[in-house]
Design a protein around this ligand. Structure first.
Ligand SMILES: [Fe+2]
Length: 832
């Protein structure tokens, strides 16, 4: 490095290492009142006039006082009172408005004058909650128009209608009038299927991926996990939603029947893990196939009951993930579904080690060789959920450098999965990837991702997915005080170049505590324009722009100037400090972002592609993809699988109850750095299977319990072994079979369900005899619904079906017991 370079980096690096969490508490407000202004005019400059639509933002908007005791505040972004923010962008002008979703937690919080301490968190979730307050509020009959939880994760577009959604399979979320942020109602799917239309014990959906995929004709593809309570059998379902809101279940993959005798101590499932579905947050799709990445966070049927009490003498119950466990020794699995034939092409899921957790997708497409290519953000564990999204975490440290941006190549013919890295870094502090959705399902070149999410001074990184060395990657960093959120790409009209368009990015200025909307040139990654919001805007998850053309609305500037003034009062709240607005108009001289471009290096070696073949072990082939002419393509042999697999111990179950917050703070320059000049170290994480050995695939070990010299990976019950043939998924089972209407009365359905449940519940919950099961079950009408409901809500919607009792035995509180003694719990199946 030359002296000039040293001086340059000496001056530059301190400026670049600017991410900070110092003021990020501003993004997690105690009580945000931004909804009380009908419309807020946002002074702006250089907003492209061809942008004409609504940039909708999911807001995690209110938490309560962070200093309040447990049970009087919300501490996780998913739990926060959810709201939708809308930037109406038209004719170069910007107006911001917001509205809370009228979900049950919001209504309770509103009832207590928006004071979370008074409200006492009477809803279970990731935050600590108050069982006494919950019991009190459970006396209030359910309101069919008020969802049990906020649909504050993402947005779906059904025809011209927009749904704010969460991962509740039955109701998904609220439809609303995008122009006014009014008329919220749970989206009325037209159910043309036997699963969502009628509550039945034979198939109860329990989780759904919120991130869908869309065909060019507007068809939505989605996926859900379901359980047949009669056979204790799990399924992975595929559904479509057409532009009229008609939902059809078009595919079911049968994982097999889980073993009711395989619940070990601490409610761990000790049977064959292949029989359990994994959590799926996002799916992806090519022109002809839907790809389901089944993570190593598995649904655990042994936890289909209330979690143990944190403290039987306290009404405060610890929140967190319940009903799923992450297994370090369970690989990532992929199911592939043919959209044309409506069949799974994978009789058994493709597998790749190690264990993985996937949050979000970039694009996917079909390669010329017939393989499927799918790019996504991958973690070693589900730490983003159980650690990173807690407010305590994000206000005390930066988002950790633990994400991998990977390209998976799925080879159905050879039953193998390969992956390689799309960026020079093995791991990166980044998430919320995006791309030009006009290229959805097609080969593409450019992705965009948020570096250092939720930190001020963070940046948007533009990734050239065709060149993992990253020489053409670009970075946009705004001001040191700005926190940038997930971008959304909007193609410039009448252009075809993939990156010719803008990125819409909302942000929070932590110095001013006010929101901003930034428009970036997506090609050059420089700022084009900016609008200033006169109030603070909380952090949140996903954002999406819908043009008026998309929504079938008249294009152009449709409202008069008078409507661009903020209302003095909407609900008796003070007027806006408009004077401030005029003092912060942007100047062009301050809007030049720092753009960092990586330089190609002849010595760069990017992380190599790895192949893992299942079930038959094969030699790993490396097909390093480089565009720099001086780089070398290497072939390596995958490390002996036995070195890692057979020395592993029993899978580790992680829960929020036991995690220890990291004590170190990672502050790292976001300059796109090149890897070392030597081949990167092979992480634990890299392929474990493969090579020319006779190593059994993991699932065979699970089933047979045999290894060469070491104990079985998983304790396997005899019944599991006996069932290993019968539980093998059969491709012919993976089709939707037209089911005749049951024709029975609800009573008959209840009886059938009761019989099914009581055949296995006593085996899982030893405190419940078969007789007691029937007795309690018959006491409660519609009792099968809350069991699944409780499970699903424990996972992310939150709801406890219990009342506090000092005599509670923490480990024998199945939902059924609670439901049976609480007739007020009875209600139609409705998650969240
Ligand atoms: Fe997400």
């Amino acid at each position: 490095m030359s002296i000039i370079q040293l001086i340059f980096f000496g001056l530059l690096v301190p400026c670049l290492v600017a991410q900070s969490f110092n003021q990020t508490h501003l993004g997690f407000p105690d009580s945000w009142d931004g909804d009380k202004y009908r419309e807020l005019y946002c002074p702006s400059k250089n907003i492209p006039k061809w942008l004409d639509g609504y940039f909708l933002c999911q807001l995690s908007a209110s938490y309560g006082n962070s200093s309040a005791p447990d049970g009087e505040k919300l501490s996780h972004m998913i739990d926060a009172i959810g709201a939708v923010g809308s930037f109406h962008v038209s004719n170069g002008q910007v107006v911001f408005s917001a509205q809370y979703y009228p979900a049950r937690p919001y209504k309770i919080w509103e009832f207590y004058d928006r004071n979370m301490s008074k409200a006492s968190v009477p809803f279970a979730g990731w935050s600590d909650y108050n069982l006494t307050a919950m019991s009190k509020w459970e006396q209030v009959p359910a309101n069919p128009d008020s969802a049990r939880f906020h649909p504050n994760l993402d947005f779906w577009k059904v025809g011209n209608r927009i749904i704010a959604g969460t991962e509740a399979p039955y109701w998904v979320g609220y439809e609303f009038d995008v122009r006014t942020l009014q008329k919220f109602k749970l989206f009325p799917f037209k159910e043309e299927n036997d699963i969502f239309s009628t509550p039945r014990h034979t198939m109860i959906p329990i989780s759904m991926a919120i991130h869908e995929r869309n065909d060019a004709d507007g068809t939505i593809w989605g996926s859900f996990s379901a359980m047949n309570f009669e056979e204790q059998r799990f399924y992975q379902g595929i559904f479509t939603v057409d532009t009229n809101g008609v939902r059809r279940v078009v595919g079911l993959y049968d994982y097999g029947a889980w073993d009711t005798n395989a619940c070990g101590s601490n409610d761990e499932y000790i049977g064959d893990k292949t029989l359990l579905p994994g959590y799926i947050h996002s799916i992806t799709s090519t022109e002809n196939f839907v790809i389901l990445p089944i993570t190593s966070l598995l649904i655990n049927p042994c936890k289909f009951k209330e979690p143990p009490l944190n403290n039987i003498r306290s009404a405060i119950q610890k929140g967190g993930l319940w009903g799923m466990d992450f297994y370090d020794m369970v690989p990532m699995r992929f199911l592939i579904f043919n959209k044309k034939t409506l069949e799974f092409t994978t009789q058994k899921p493709l597998e790749v080690f190690p264990s993985m957790f996937v949050t979000h997708q970039l694009n996917a497409f079909e390669a010329e060789d017939g393989n499927l290519v799918a790019d996504m953000v991958v973690y070693d564990s589900h730490d983003p959920y159980i650690k990173y999204f807690y407010t305590d975490f994000l206000t005390k440290q930066l988002y950790p450098t633990t994400a991998r941006v990977l390209r998976f190549t799925l080879d159905s013919k050879k039953q193998r999965v390969m992956y390689n890295y799309l960026i020079p870094q093995e791991t990166i502090s980044a998430d919320f990837p995006q791309f030009n959705h006009n290229y959805e399902q097609k080969a593409y070149q450019w992705g965009y991702i948020v570096q250092h999410p939720f930190a001020s001074g963070n940046s948007i990184l533009k990734i050239n997915v065709d060149e993992p060395a990253g020489s053409r990657n670009l970075e946009f960093r705004a001001d040191p005080n700005l926190v940038l959120h997930e971008p959304w790409f909007v193609q410039k009209p009448e252009t075809k170049k993939e990156d010719e368009g803008v990125l819409l990015v909302r942000g929070l200025d932590t110095a001013e505590n006010k929101g901003v909307l930034i428009v970036l040139d997506a090609e050059k990654m420089v700022e084009l324009g900016r609008a200033y919001v006169p109030i603070s805007i909380p952090f949140g998850f996903h954002n999406r722009f819908f043009s008026k053309k998309d929504l079938g609305l008249p294009e152009g500037f449709q409202v008069g100037p008078s409507q661009y003034r903020p209302m003095d009062k909407k609900q008796g709240i003070a007027t806006l400090p408009l004077k401030k607005i005029t003092t912060i108009l942007p100047s062009t001289s301050t809007e030049i972002p720092t753009t960092t471009t990586t330089e190609p290096s002849s010595t760069t070696t990017v992380p190599s592609t790895t192949t893992t073949t299942t079930p038959e072990p094969t030699t790993t082939s490396t097909t390093t993809k480089l565009t720099t002419s001086s780089s070398t393509t290497t072939t390596t042999t995958t490390p002996e699988p036995t070195t890692t697999i057979t020395t592993s111990e029993k899978p580790v179950t992680l829960t929020t109850q036991t995690w220890t917050p990291p004590t170190t703070t990672t502050v790292k320059t976001t300059t796109v750095t090149l890897p070392t000049t030597t081949t990167p170290k092979i992480p634990r994480w890299w392929p474990l299977a493969g090579s020319a050995t006779t190593e059994q695939p993991w699932w065979q070990k699970v089933q047979t319990g045999t290894t060469n010299t070491l104990p079985p990976l998983f304790p396997v019950s005899k019944s599991v072994e006996e069932k290993k043939v019968s539980v093998k998924p059969n491709e012919s089972d993976n089709k939707v079979v037209e089911q005749k209407p049951t024709g029975g009365s609800m009573d008959e359905i209840y009886d059938q369900t009761l019989t099914a449940l009581c055949s296995w519940i006593p085996k899982v919950f030893t405190s419940i005899s078969n007789e007691l099961c029937f007795k309690q079950g018959r006491t409660a009408a519609k009792w099968m619904a809350p069991i699944a409901q409780s499970y699903a809500e424990r996972f992310r919607m939150g709801r406890a079906n219990r009342k506090t009792s000092p005599n509670d035995n923490p480990n024998i509180q199945p939902s059924l017991k609670q439901m049976a003694f609480d007739p007020l719990q009875q209600e139609p199946i409705r998650f969240g």
